[in-house]
Each structure stands twice: as structure tokens, then as C-alpha cells.
Design a protein around this ligand. Structure first.
Ligand SMILES: NC(=O)c1ccc[n+]([C@@H]2O[C@H](COP(=O)([O-])OP(=O)(O)OC[C@H]3O[C@@H](n4cnc5c(N)ncnc54)[C@H](O)[C@@H]3O)[C@@H](O)[C@H]2O)c1
Length: 436
């Protein structure tokens, strides 16, 4: 035996005898084979388990990808359904509109739909009732609208066949497009849902609108978040919007560019509204004023953010009734689209407006107002603003909306929050917790 045989081939290991070596090689091949067989069977199992073919044979299977979970359309069509659609969209006032409101079961959508219906416009809602936040709140809003004669079709704005059917049944004069994946922070958790609803969904809707005859005028919700890292205040429509701080903001900015394209090529009349932190009764549970209220009442501590330089975070909180007035004014002043059959006949209107309150309030003041209204002291935890897309400060310059829409917000934060808290206590009453 040469002395080399006793030298470990790798440090810490001794060379083994040949037969033992062969046995070990065979053993390790068997282990590898078993391992890869398991992986292979696993992959096959996953493929069949996740593929739509193995889903229960419903017409609209539940997508397994969470970003697509909202592509869910309940059954639609048939004479009864068409009758409901037509009745809901029927105009009941002179010079009234017939409006398709997307996102009608949402916070802003519910308020806008109900205001339009009250003044005699025909309104048809469309919403996919996704579970980004508690869908029972969306169902309750749906109940509210149903009682005032607004039917909400359950479907996704990506469902082109459904959209075409709706335009076949009703010649909508206007579309109020509010359906979107909202929220800045959730974009890091489920980016696909933003692309699905705010980009792909918007394009699907515009594709159907451009083909419709007559083409409707479209008013849609952009967001103050498009101002992103812009530091010039107050934010004016002329300021730069090419530095979004979140994917949500980027998809809204993309929406504004997409709107430009459809206006330019097809003559669609398009008005984008940049809402600034909307709050009020029937609001969104993922927004700070809402979950602060919930947590203060539960005795849970709340996180109040400050900037990296210890500056206070402030928002231009805008009360829902003011936003509704702005939306209606945008519909009322929207010019007709100029195209037909997918072809532009003349230049069409293209607008963007800030809809804010022009009065930024530090979040700490929001908490003090809530403490007084709820008669409970909040447990506060001051912490640094995480780098997740939230911006430290928003402040709207609304002079353009004032001039062109006659927009004039009239509710201060104290008054608006009082109405919100009254609704909250009444709605949740004895219920202890509100899910998300
Ligand atoms: N509330 C605010 O402070 C605020 C601020 C700026 C912009 N906005 C924008 O205003 C609009 C309305 O916001 P909101 O606060 O009422 O939000 P919301 O989440 O309460 O309402 C949006 C509704 O759209 C529906 N929806 C989402 N994706 C859909 C899809 N693919 N197909 C069909 N329906 C879909 C949801 O189920 C929801 O009911 C949104 O476009 C939002 O981005 C809101």
C-alpha cells in the first residue's frame, strides 16, 4: 500500500477501499434516483392539481394565482339579467346620463353611484368583490345601492365578453371608472393584482369603450400618489409625475399615459382625477383613519409615522362628499368622445385634475381628533416611515379643478371624522373586530 493511500483525498476524509467505494456509489445513485423520482412525481402532481382542467368544472374556475383571484365572474346573461341591467341604467331625469360605474361596491364607487342615482341618472355598477379587504363591507354597500335601485353586476373589468355584453344592452353615455387595486403597501405583497386591475383591466375597458357606438365619455380615478418623490408643494397638475414611489403609483401613472393613447388614437374623451386621501363613512378598512379607529377602540397601540428627519407625516385628507361633487362635476363637464367604430373623427377632450382639500393635516392631529371623538386615549408608537412607497406629505393645488369644475371642498377634517365615527360605531356596533 503506498503511503498515498493513507492521505485523505480531501482534508478530513480517508480514502476508502474499492469495493466499499463501489457500494457507496451504487447506494448514492439509488438515493439520487429516489430523490429525483419524488421531485418528478411532485411536479406532475402540482401541475395537475393547479391546472384549470382539474378544477371543479364550473364555467369560471377560481384562479390559483393570487394576483388573478379577482378574475371571477359570477353567472351573467339571460333575459332576467338583461332586464335588471336595463332597469338599473334607465335615465329618469331630463338630460340625464346613463353611467357604468366600475368599482361600484368600493368606497368611492358606492357614494358616486348613489349620488348619480339620486339626481336621476341611470347607473349600472360593476365590481368583482375581491377580498383585498373584508368583502362583507362591499356586500353591505351593495345592499345599500340595491335599495336605491342600482344593480351591481359581479364581474371583472378584464372580462371583455361581459363588458361587450353590457354595452350591447345599454348605450352608456358615460363610464365612471373607479375599479382598481388600491393601497400603496399591499403592492409589495401582491404586485400582480395592481398590473391586473390598474393596467390590464383599464386597457380592457378602454378597448370596449373605443369600439362602442356611441363611444362613452370616461372619467376615471388616478391618484395623488403619481406625484411620488416630487417635493414642490402644493402639488400642481403641471408638476413632474415621473418618479413614482410605489408600484401602485406607477400603475396609476401608467393609466394616465394609456388614457393619452386612447384619446389620441380613438378620440375617447378622458378625464383623470387625482384623489387625495379620501375618507368618510363606508370607507376603506386598509386606510389609517379607519384602522386607527378600530385599534384605538380595541386598546391596541397604533403606529404614527415620522420621516427619517423626524418630520411629521401629513396628508391632504379629503372628505368623500367633496370627492363625489368633483366626480359629478367631471362627468357633467366631460365632452363627448369623437370616434366611432374604433376610429377617431376629431380631437377629443383629455383632462387631469387634482381633487384634494388643500389643507394638509399631520397624522398626529388626525389621532387627537379621533381620541376626542371616541373618548379613548390612543396608545401611540412613534416610528420611522418605512420605505414601502408611502410619501411623507401630500398637498393639492386645486385651482384647475376650481376653475374648470367649480370644485370647492367644504368639509374640514374634524367635521368629516365626526361623520365617519358616527357611521363606524353604528355599523360595527357590538361587533368587536373588523377584519383588515
Ligand atoms: N380612497 C382614496 O383615498 C383614493 C385615493 C386616490 C385614488 N383612489 C382611487 O379611487 C378609486 C376608488 O378607490 P376606493 O377607495 O373606493 O377603493 P375600493 O377598493 O374601496 O374600491 C375599488 C373597487 O374596485 C373593485 N375592483 C378592483 N379590481 C377590480 C377588477 N379587476 N374588476 C372589477 N372590480 C374591481 C374592488 O372590489 C373594489 O370594490 C380607485 O381607483 C383608487 O385607486 C382612491
Amino acid at each position: 500500500m503506498s503511503h498515498l493511500d493513507h492521505i485523505p483525498s480531501t482534508p478530513g476524509k480517508f480514502k476508502m477501499e474499492k469495493s466499499y467505494n463501489n457500494r457507496m456509489r451504487w447506494h448514492s445513485s439509488l438515493t439520487k434516483l429516489t430523490f429525483w423520482s419524488f421531485i418528478f412525481i411532485g411536479v406532475i402532481f402540482l401541475f395537475f392539481y393547479r391546472s384549470p382542467a382539474s378544477q371543479p368544472s364550473t364555467t369560471h374556475p377560481e384562479p390559483s394565482d393570487p394576483s388573478r383571484r379577482s378574475l371571477r365572474t359570477s353567472s351573467w346573461g339571460g333575459p332576467e339579467w338583461e332586464k335588471r341591467v336595463r332597469t338599473s341604467a334607465r335615465i329618469r331625469s331630463r338630460n340625464g346620463f346613463s353611467v357604468l360605474v366600475t368599482g361600484a361596491a368600493g368606497f368611492v364607487g358606492t357614494h358616486v353611484s348613489s349620488a348619480l342615482k339620486r339626481r336621476g341618472d341611470g347607473v349600472l355598477g360593476l365590481d368583482n368583490f375581491n377580498d383585498y379587504y373584508d368583502p362583507s363591507l362591499k356586500r353591505a354597500r351593495q345592499g345599500l345601492l340595491e335599495r336605491s335601485g342600482v344593480f351591481i353586476v359581479e364581474g371583472d373589468i378584464n372580462d371583455v365578453a361581459l363588458l361587450k355584453k353590457l354595452f350591447e344592452v345599454v348605450a352608456f353615455t358615460h363610464v365612471m371608472h373607479l375599479a382598481a387595486q388600491a393601497g400603496v403597501r399591499y403592492a409589495m405583497e401582491n404586485p400582480g393584482s395592481y398590473v391586473h386591475s390598474n393596467i390590464a383591466g383599464f386597457v380592457s375597458l378602454l378597448e370596449v369603450c373605443k369600439e362602442a357606438n356611441p363611444q362613452p365619455s370616461i372619467v376615471w380615478a388616478s391618484s395623488s400618489s403619481v406625484y411620488g418623490l416630487n417635493t414642490k408643494v402644493p402639488f400642481s397638475e403641471k408638476d413632474r409625475t415621473d418618479q413614482p414611489a410605489s408600484l401602485y403609483a406607477a400603475t396609476k401613472k401608467a393609466g394616465e399615459e394609456i388614457a393619452h393613447t386612447y384619446n389620441h388614437i380613438y378620440g375617447l374623451s378622458l378625464t383623470g382625477l387625482r384623489f387625495f386621501t379620501v375618507y368618510g363613512p363606508w370607507g376603506r378598512p386598509d386606510m389609517a383613519y379607519f384602522f386607527f379607529t378600530k385599534d384605538i377602540l380595541k386598546g391596541k397601540s397604533i403606529s404614527i409615522f415620522e420621516t427619517q428627519n423626524h418630520e411629521t407625516v401629513a396628508r391632504d385628507f379629503t372628505y368623500i362628499d367633496d370627492i363625489v361633487k368633483g366626480c359629478l362635476a367631471a362627468l357633467d363637464t366631460a365632452e363627448k368622445s369623437t370616434g366611432s367604430g374604433g376610429k377617431k373623427k376629431a380631437p377629443a377632450q383629455l383632462r387631469v385634475f387634482n381633487l384634494g382639500n388643500t389643507s394638509p393635516v399631520p397624522v398626529s392631529n388626525l389621532v387627537s381628533i379621533l381620541e376626542k371623538l371616541l373618548k379613548v386615549k390612543a396608545k401611540k408608537n412613534i416610528t420611522k416611515l418605512p420605505r414601502n412607497g408611502d410619501v411623507p406629505y401630500t398637498h393639492a393645488n386645486i385651482s384647475l379643478a376650481q376653475r374648470e369644475l367649480g370644485y370647492k371642498p367644504s368639509t374640514d377634517l374634524q367635521t368629516g371624522l365626526k361623520k365617519f365615527v358616527r357611521w363606524y360605531l353604528n355599523y360595527y356596533g357590538g361587533k368587536k373586530a373588523v377584519s383588515r
